[in-house]
Design a protein around this ligand. Structure first.
Ligand code: ARG
Length: 464
């Protein structure tokens, strides 16, 4: 990178910027990521300026031509970025003037880097949101496919990580799908609030030129121009909102990761992850580690950190723009990269999960998972629930002593605890009977799982 002196504000200054200060205050190393969005914004701005007569049509065309060439130079990796030119905006503008001469100096009429950067971040983030949204859809589809396939697969359901009641694996996967569906809704809300044009706010107060912000807004695909120039250049709540969406998504992915890590262990052994999502150990030949879910769980922390950074960045800033705002980019960019990576890994991995149904079933058969079913059975026969709870508690204690599940006891043994119990009790003590009995919307019965998956597919298909 070249370090020639920045001429943009030379008029007022009597000595050049200290070399360290120039590097310290520069953002070009990271904000060049927004170069194509910056050019897009400048083309729209120049088009609008010509429309209102501030630029001639010839000047507009020269500027747009130059910007398009610069766009290609950047895409080809030929653009020479300069730290002395501080940021992406001044680098591109300086290059434009170098290419087309004095007309290039007219591009910045009626705008400031303050409204320019606020526009660029929105254009950048909007594109990223659309990519992330598509990945969320792909992930949800993968979860729904596996849920449909595993609608009848029985596994233990847990509370406190202790066996609680049997559930279907499909039901568990649909719980994940619900979490991601809410995340996707939140992302959509964020996009709607973010999709407004700050350009035209100029430095902070607006501009004396007869700009038409509706035109620029439409050219850039925004819903409308922002209402207040001071707010436009200063707030970054949209970036915080995105990072907050990202934090919730990562929290969900991390919980799923934790379950995947547990399930792939020899102790649970509920699923197998294909080798391509795992790595081995350099010392223990038997190892196959669930690195992808572990890493996703681990990456959650940095996204939470970025949320805290951005909240703290904004908390004491007086209106309007402050240089502090330059610090918004790295946390935001890293959040985008992290979320995209984790989502890609998850969307690829979820459909590739290979459930071990027999192991899940055997595990659900332990831990007295149908104890509540026995209590409900007694209630249906007229026993008060509290008395039923007591009777089943005693039956479980007997089972623990004998090392036998409720379904493995004889009718006589069960009748020691209540003579209300009849031979039909064995219908409710089976795992299949237990899950099938939870037959209402939101319940774990296989046909409810299939119906819920169907509704989720329809909701996904009809998203705006
Ligand atoms: N690089 C700056 C940023 O990221 C652009 C805006 C600079 N504005 C200014 N008045 N120094 O925020």
């Amino acid at each position: 990178m070249s370090e020639s002196t920045n001429q943009s504000w030379g008029g007022r200054f009597s000595e050049p910027t200290d070399a360290f200060v120039a590097r310290f205050t520069a953002s070009v190393d990271f904000d060049q990521r927004m170069a194509q969005h910056d050019i897009r914004g400048s083309i729209a701005h120049a088009t609008m300026l010509a429309g209102v007569g501030v630029l001639s049509e010839e000047e507009r065309d020269t500027i747009i031509e130059g910007l398009k060439e610069i766009s290609e130079e950047i895409a080809r990796g030929e653009f020479e970025w300069s730290v002395a030119l501080e940021d992406v905006h001044m680098n591109i503008e300086a290059r434009l003037t170098a290419k087309i001469g004095n007309t290039g100096k007219k591009l910045h009429t009626g705008r400031s880097r303050n409204d320019q950067v606020a526009t660029d971040i929105r254009l950048y983030l909007r594109d990223e949101i659309d990519v992330i949204d598509a990945e969320l859809t792909r992930l949800r589809e993968g979860m729904l496919g596996l849920a449909e396939q595993e609608a009848d697969t029985i596994m233990p359901g847990f509370t406190h990580l202790q066996s609680a009641q049997p559930v279907t694996f499909g039901h568990h996967l649909l719980a994940w799908q619900e979490m991601v569906a809410r995340d996707q809704d939140r992302l959509n809300d964020c996009r709607v609030r973010m999709n407004v044009l700050p350009l035209g706010a100029a430095a902070l107060a607006g501009t004396t030129f007869p700009i038409d912000r509706h035109v620029t807004s439409e050219l850039l695909g925004f819903d409308r121009p922002t209402e207040n120039s001071l707010d436009s250049v200063s707030d970054r709540d949209f970036a915080i909102e995105f990072t907050s969406f990202a934090s919730l998504l990562m929290m969900h992915l991390s919980r799923m990761s934790e379950e995947l890590v547990l399930w792939t262990s020899a102790q649970f052994d509920f699923i197998d992850l294909p080798d391509r999502f795992c790595t081995g150990s350099s010392i223990m030949p038997q190892k196959k580690n669930p690195d992808v879910p572990e890493l996703v769980r681990g990456k959650t922390g940095r996204v939470y950190g970025h949320l805290m950074s951005l909240l703290t960045l904004m908390k004491s800033q007086p209106l309007a723009y402050n240089k502090d705002n330059q610090e918004d980019k790295e946390p935001l960019f890293d959040t985008v990269d992290t979320v995209r990576g984790c989502l890609r890994a998850f969307a690829d991995m979820i459909p590739a999960i290979r459930p071990k149904a027999a192991n899940m079933y055997a595990s659900a058969s332990k831990g007295f998972a149908t104890a509540t079913d026995l209590a409900d059975y007694l209630v249906r026969k007229g026993v008060a629930f509290r008395d039923a709870h007591e009777i089943v508690g005693k039956s479980v204690a007997f089972g623990i002593e004998q090392n036998r599940d409720l379904s493995e006891m004889t009718l006589e043994e069960l009748r020691q605890f209540s003579d209300t119990i009849d031979a039909d009790v064995f219908d409710v003590l089976t795992l299949e009977g237990s899950v099938a009995a939870r037959n209402h919307i939101g319940g774990t019965a296989p046909n409810q799982v299939r119906a819920a998956a169907q509704r989720a597919r329809e909701a996904l298909a009809t998203r705006a």
